[in-house]
Design a protein around this ligand. Structure first.
Ligand SMILES: Nc1ncnc2c1ncn2[C@@H]1O[C@H](COP(=O)(O)OP(=O)(O)OP(=O)(O)O)[C@@H](O)[C@H]1O
Length: 308
C-alpha cells in the first residue's frame, strides 16, 4: 500500500464546550482528486484549518505523506500548498509580481518555475495585467499558482469554486485533473454535490462535524440511479395514456405537458408496447433521473442539505 498523501486519525476539534468536528478519519491517496463535501457549517473549514496548522488539534492526529502534523509540523507542511478562505493577493500589482513576491518566501524558486506554474494554470496572457482586472476565476487560478510554487505534493483548497461560473468550474476541473496526472494530490472542499461529481475521484461527506461516508464518484452516481427513472410521456391522448399506464400497475400522474411515470428502467419497453397497442400516438419519452445526487446526499445524511 503506498503511503497516504493525507491521513487523519480520530480528528476532533472542540471550541469552548462545543465539539465542532469529531472522529474524522480520512485516507487520501496520492494522486487523487478528493472532494470534501458538506453543507455550510458542517465543519469543512475547521478540519482544513487543523490540517494546515492554522488551528490547534483537540484530539487525534493528521499525517501528511507520513509526517505527523503534531510532532513533525515542518516536515509535514513542506509538501503542502493551500488556499484557505481567499487567496492572499495584492490587487494593484500584476499577477506576475504577486508570484515573484510570494516566491521570495521560499528558497530556490526560479523565474523558470514561476513561468511553469503560470502555464499550468493557463494565465500566460493575463499574468502581466493587474490583479484588480482579473475575474474571480483568474484570481483563483493565480492563488493556485501561488500555492503550487514550491512544488507541493498535496494541494488543499477550501471552496475554490465559490462564486465561479460553469466555465470557471470546468477550468478548475481541468486544472485539478492535470495536477493529479502529474502526481499532485488535490484535496478540495465544496458544499455543492454536482461540482464534486464533476471534479473528483472520490468524495467524503461531512455533516454536523462527522463523516457520513466516503465514496467514489461512480458509486455516488450508481446510488443516484438505484430506484428507477422518471419519464415524461407525451402522447396524442394523455388521459387515455394515463389510464393505460396505471393499468400496468405503474405509478403515473398527469402533468401539463404529458404523463409523468415513475418506474424501473426494465419496464419502459412494456409501457411503450402498451401505448402503441392501445393506438395512442407517442410523440416523446423524456427520461429524467429519479434520484439526483442531492437526493443521495439526503438519503445518506437523513436530512435536507441546506444550500446557500
Ligand atoms: N471559533 C468558533 N467558535 C464557535 N463556533 C465556531 C467557530 N468556528 C466555527 N464554528 C462553528 O463550527 C461549525 C463548523 O464551521 P465550519 O466553518 O468549519 O463549517 P464549514 O463546513 O466550513 O462551513 P462553511 O462552508 O459555511 O465555511 C459551524 O457551526 C460554525 O458556526
Amino acid at each position: 500500500m503506498p503511503e497516504a498523501a493525507l491521513l487523519t486519525k480520530n480528528l476532533r476539534k472542540d471550541i469552548g464546550s462545543k465539539t465542532i468536528v469529531s472522529d474524522i478519519n480520512l485516507n487520501i491517496h496520492t494522486g487523487e482528486v478528493f472532494g470534501f463535501l458538506g453543507p455550510n457549517g458542517a465543519g469543512k473549514t475547521t478540519t482544513i484549518r487543523m490540517i494546515v496548522g492554522l488551528s490547534r488539534i483537540t484530539q487525534g492526529d493528521i499525517f501528511i505523506n507520513g509526517h505527523s502534523v503534531r510532532t513533525a509540523f515542518r516536515e509535514a507542511m513542506c509538501d503542502v500548498g493551500c488556499i484557505v478562505e481567499n487567496p492572499e493577493l495584492y490587487k494593484y500589482m500584476s499577477g506576475l509580481d504577486n508570484l515573484r513576491m510570494f516566491a521570495r518566501l521560499y528558497a530556490g524558486i526560479t523565474q523558470a518555475r514561476i513561468d511553469e506554474v503560470v502555464k499550468l494554470v493557463h494565465l500566460e496572457d493575463a499574468i502581466r495585467g493587474k490583479v484588480k482586472t482579473y475575474s474571480l476565476g483568474m484570481r483563483q487560478r493565480l492563488g493556485i499558482a501561488q500555492a503550487l510554487l514550491h512544488r507541493p505534493r498535496l494541494l488543499i483548497l477550501d471552496e475554490p469554486t465559490n462564486g465561479l461560473d460553469p466555465a470557471g468550474i470546468r477550468e478548475m476541473r481541468g486544472l485539478f485533473r492535470s495536477l493529479a496526472e502529474q502526481g499532485t494530490t488535490v484535496f478540495v472542499s465544496s458544499h455543492i454535490l454536482a461540482e464534486m461529481q464533476q471534479m473528483c475521484d472520490r468524495v467524503g461527506i461531512i455533516h454536523h462535524g462527522r463523516m457520513v461516508t466516503v465514496k467514489t464518484v461512480d458509486e455516488l452516481v450508481d446510488m443516484s440511479h438505484s430506484g428507477g427513472v422518471q419519464l415524461l410521456v407525451r402522447t396524442g391522448d394523455n388521459g387515455k395514456a394515463l389510464a393505460c399506464i396505471t393499468e400496468l400497475n405503474i405509478q403515473a400522474g398527469m402533468e401539463k405537458d404529458g404523463v409523468r411515470v415513475s418506474t424501473e428502467p426494465a419496464r419502459v419497453p412494456e409501457i411503450v408496447r402498451a401505448l402503441v397497442g392501445a393506438q395512442i400516438d407517442v410523440f416523446a419519452l423524456d427520461t429524467q433521473e429519479a434520484h439526483s445526487l442531492e437526493d443521495v446526499f439526503i438519503k445518506l445524511t437523513g436530512e435536507e442539505q441546506q444550500n446557500g
